[in-house]
Every structure is written in C-alpha cells, then in structure tokens.
Write a protein that binds this ligand. Sequence first.
Ligand code: IMP
Length: 435
Amino acid sequence: MNIAVVGAQWGDEGKGKIVDLVAPRFSLVARSAGGHNAGHTVYVSGRKFILRLIPSGILHEGVTCVIGNGVVVDLQALFDEVEELDRAGVTVAGRLVISDRAHVILPHHKDLDRLSETARGARKIGTTSRGIGPAYEDKIARRGLRMCDLADVPALEEHMRRVIELRNRLAGDEAPLDWRATSAKVTELAVRVRPWLADVSVLLDRASKEGKPMLFEGAQGTMLDIDHGTYPYVTSSSATAGGVCTGLGIGPGTVNAVLGILKAYTTRVGEGPLPTELLGPEGEALRARGQEFGAVTGRPRRCGWFDAVVVRHAVRVNGIDGFALTKLDVLDGLERVPVCNAYRCGDRVVTEFPADVRLLEHCEPILDWMPGWQAPTRGATSVAALPDAARAYIARLEALTGAAVVLVSTGPGRDETIVYDAPRVETWFGEGLLG
Ligand code: IMP
C-alpha cells in the first residue's frame, strides 16, 4: 500500500511523529511540498529531533527519503540539517534523493519575504521568514531556478546577478547584497548537491512497479494550502493530497489511501482566522499543556477547541480515509470539552468553511459541550484503557467529520500510540505496527 499523510488543520498536528512511527513499514518516504518552513518534531528514545526539510523517515536506516519537485529547497538549510543529523549519528548521504525539478530558495528570497511582510503592515501573513513565498512566486512566474539549472555555472551566475540586482533595488537603503559573493556561495553548494539529484518521478514509478510500499509525507496542513486554505493567510504550496501527485510526479492511482493527522484541538501559528480561538487563560492553559510553540520559529501557537467545520473541509478536499488523532492527552483532566460543528454568522448558521475568510470576522463558533475525563489517556496502551468519556469524544469527532480514527497518539514518544482501528491499520501498515 502507498499512503499519503496530510495535516487536517493548520499544520503542527504531529505528522512527524506518525510518519516516524510507520516509516519502517515503507521502502520510501517522499515529501511533495513546502520547504524548511515545516518543523516535524520526533522523539526517539527520549531524544528530540526537529526535521525541517528532510522527510522524517530518515531516522530509519532502511528507508530511502525523497524530496519531490513540489518542494522548494534552501541549499544552506539542507546541508545544515544534514550535518545536524550526521552529528546525531544519522547518516543522510546515500539515503536522500532530491528531484532535479525542485526549485531552489536563493539567499535573497529570505529578504524578499521580510520586505513583503513589512509592506503588508497590519495585513501581514506572519510567515516563517524562510523565503518560501518568494521562491514559489518565482516558480509560478517562470523565472525560478531549478536543481537541474545548477550545473550551468555561467547561466547560474547570470541568474544571480539579475535577481540580486533586483533585490537591491527593492531593498532601498538597506545594505546591498554582493551578487558575486552570493553567487559563489550558491555555486559551492550546487557542487555539493549535484550527486543527490535524480528524476524523482522515474524513481517512484520504478519503485511502484517493483511493489515497494511508499509513504508520501505532506507538510503544513489543509488550512494552509494555497487553494483550499484560509487564503491569503496560507503558505504558498499545495499542502493537500492533490499536491502529492503534482509535487512528486505520480498519478492519483498511486496513492492507495490518505491518512489525515488530526490534533484533538486546534492550533495555528501566524495571522489569519481561527474561529474557535481561545484568547484568555483557557487558551494559555492549552498552550502550556500542549507545549504549543512553533518547532521552527519558536512562536507561541494560537490555540482553540476542536473545529469540525475545518476538519470536514479537510476530509473532503483531501479524500481522507482515516485519522491519526494526536495530543488527546492534552485534554486530560478537563471537566468538560467542547466541539464546534457550525458557526453563527449574524442570523445565519454556517456549516461549510467559507471561501471568504472576512466573513469569519463576524462569526462565532457554536460549541457543543461534552463531559471531560479525569483518568489520564496519557500512557494508555489499549483502546480499552481509554476513559469512556475520551472514547465518546473520539466517536463524536468521527461522527461530525465523517472519517474514522485509526491511530491515537497518547504522548510524544514513538511508542505512545494506540491502534484504534486494527483492521485498517493492518491493511495500511502491515501486522504488529506497535510490536
Ligand atoms: P510561509 O510558509 O513561511 O510563507 O508562512 C505562511 C503561513 O504558513 C504562516 O502563517 C506560517 O506560520 C504558516 N506555516 C508555514 N509552515 C508551517 C508549519 O510547518 N506549521 C505551521 N504553520 C506553518
């Protein structure tokens, strides 16, 4: 089976942990979108790893990791991550393949990201300042630089001269970048990356024909998708299941099932609507209990209750076949827990997520309260060990969103997970996933 993993909310749902858990069941783990704006936190034997660009499968020796054409790659960030992993005893060389069609994030893209945010003023997106948006802008405007362009040094130098001169004009009084020095740095990194490049579509097609199981690892989440998210407060790539096909060069039939990663409540970083947001002490408590701070930028995440309007949207646009539910334990001990199933917008009740997010400024979530659970779900090792009220909460999420929960994460560690739907887990990942 080939499985796509996508975030069902605004990212940070815990994809890294789940991908790390199931990765040993796959020959290949491939990333299709985003860049080093992602932050996949994985705990292995008490050690914390934050993977930004390299697929989480890298922590398992037998797995080949792939970065697809839909990803934008900052070469310096790539090699920093490779070195970090090497220091931790994880060898990347020989196990990572990068698409020769992937676009390159150049040093000036970071500046353009910052300048664009400043120019937006109060309407800023709250980006991760990694140059992601400007790199995708160049791609769509057909003036980007791809991995396969790096071999032609004179053309690369000419490209760098043009883009840096433009950056310097846009940056006004700021210290200008020296295009020769920037170009020399990129050329040096280009030489290093060249042996890692390949035609990823051909590689995956071959693997598919050989019957090798593949895991497609999404980045960010549905509500940050350029088409289906809370536009314009989104990232610049296709974070939904459709992006897996364009971002890797595979046909839709290659994806056998879509696993949505779902947090038991809602968080987002950056600006933009979050209909169930908790602005007072309840939100602060959730942030503290869930350790909701950005893995890449360290920014505090905004927190809110579970929003089924958002998740129904995610189930539909991704074709989610089942969920891995994460961070249920963060809700342990609450007297009562709400879920939002609709918004009240004046005299209208809205049950489908609207295209125009300005509408949400005049909406309130309609909350349906359920009893909480006092016994901990943290550390539970079977479905039977979960408190009845926690199981009722899960059943309610399933009913409201129309997709079944197949795995439940009960803590940050790889093994702190419960198989919730054994037949489906066995079909997707094989027998004995949790030993
Ligand atoms: P960008 O991707 O840096 O352009 O940021 C655009 C928006 O996506 C901002 O709101 C970011 O906070 C958000 N974002 C980007 N990557 C992630 C992620 O991995 N997790 C959560 N939010 C993200």
